[in-house]
Design a protein. Structure first.
Length: 231
């Protein structure tokens, strides 16, 4: 306010009785200030990291100081998804569906080693080695599990990121930009991200000649029995 008074005092006459009550700022600052101090997380947890997330919202660490204590039961009312725990292949379709149901602007915070890259279960047959394989992660919080302090630091980092955004360039206000919809992954021999389907198809076709070759040269013992039959 002092700076504003100093800047505009010579140009704009300000009555003394309101001089201390005038605040000049930019749209971006007020827009980002209001958003970053009311980030409502989606209320869901996946594994042990979720316990630390719950502690963070309780009285000792008091997430309410940051305007983030309102954990929402519906993705449609949530601003930030805290992925807290092991992301299994069985669970990832649901996580992606919840993300798609969140309105823009939406953010993703990956909490803990499991969510960041698979953690101790990285080589597991049923574990996704990082939620960022499918969702756009804004902030990673390391640890197994991260402490509540670490999660708070991650959320403060997200606040800083939000402060850097401009209302003129954020994607959700651009014409014809409905927001990214992530296709729900499907389970094949492994997890299939449908956005990579062209690449997968290309690789499959690339590996076909070898297969075709092995099929076209059957062993002598099967030569007589492998004749094509018509239905
Ligand atoms: S990172 Fe560690 S504490 Fe968090 S879900 Fe994985 S195993 Fe549990």
């Amino acid at each position: 306010m002092t700076a504003a008074n100093e800047t505009f005092a010579s140009d704009i006459p300000i009555p003394d009785e309101v001089a201390d009550n005038i605040f000049i700022t930019t749209i971006d600052k007020i827009y980002n200030w209001s958003r970053r101090n009311s980030l409502w997380p989606l209320g869901f947890g996946l594994a042990c990291c979720a316990i630390e997330m719950i502690c963070t919202a309780a009285s000792r660490y008091d997430l309410a100081r940051f305007g983030m204590e309102v954990f929402r039961a519906s993705p449609r009312q949530a601003d930030v998804m805290i992925v807290s725990g092991t992301v299994t292949k069985k669970m990832i379709p649901t996580i992606v569906r919840l993300y798609n149901q969140m309105p823009e602007p939406r953010y993703v915070l990956s909490m803990g080693a499991c969510s960041n890259g698979g953690g101790p279960f990285k080589e597991g047959y049923n574990v996704v080695d990082g939620v960022d394989k499918l969702l756009p992660v804004d902030v990673y919080v390391p640890g197994c599990p991260p402490t509540p302090q670490a999660l708070i630091y991650g959320l403060m980092t997200l606040q800083e990121k939000i402060s850097q955004q401009s209302i003129r360039s954020v994607p959700w206000y651009q014409k014809g930009s409905p927001g990214e919809v992530v296709p729900i992954p499907v389970l094949g021999p492994d997890l299939v991200d449908l956005r990579q389907i062209d690449l997968i198809r290309e690789n499959s076709v690339g590996s076909m000649p070898e297969e075709a070759e092995s099929v076209s040269q059957p062993s002598e013992s099967t030569e007589t029995t492998d004749e094509p039959t018509s239905a």
